[in-house]
Design a binder for this molecule. Sequence first.
Ligand SMILES: [Zn+2]
Ligand SMILES: [Zn+2]
Length: 202
Amino acid sequence: MRKRDFVQVIDLHVHTKYSGDAKITPKELVDQLHAHPFIKCVAITDHDTILGYWEVSKLAKAYEDILIIPGIEVSVENGHLIILGVEECPKYPSLIESVVDFAKERDGIVVIPHPYREHGIGDTSENIEADAVEVLNPHATHEENKRAENLARKINLPCVAGSDAHSLQELWLAYTQVDAKQEVDDILKAIKKGRVKVASIK
Ligand SMILES: [Zn+2]
Ligand SMILES: [Zn+2]
């Protein structure tokens, strides 16, 4: 299949077995992307490791229509922070400010995942230079996702969504439509500019 232009449908929050608490193998993930009718792009966001991304992206090279975005869900002092577009892990212990600087120095972007769920950084979000807020996370309650949406509005950041899948059944439960070419840099730029729309099938 040819590369898709203009609108990318992306699951921006996916874990592989390299996360330790997740079961999805890189091969299974690529097979699922290959089989899916319209989701051809994921951000790998393993906990504090980039190893899963390397393996998934190596396998995905066999398919021209699949794109893998590098990412890490970094454990910071009071929760989780996602960085996208970065292919290496920040040093530990990870303070929020230094993780943000680390990502920006490498032209990455910072997404605040599930701010009001367990491991969310909560109101600290208001004081950091993030680029987007995850407002749909299937592991969060409706109320927690609503608070995340209100936060995004308050701090004037784009809203994104991802499944936070740790098993195959959880893949694609939430995803983001991004007006961009099928290229990592263009997608990250579009997220920053807010050319995004969230969707959930939960
Ligand atoms: Zn998390
Ligand atoms: Zn996660």
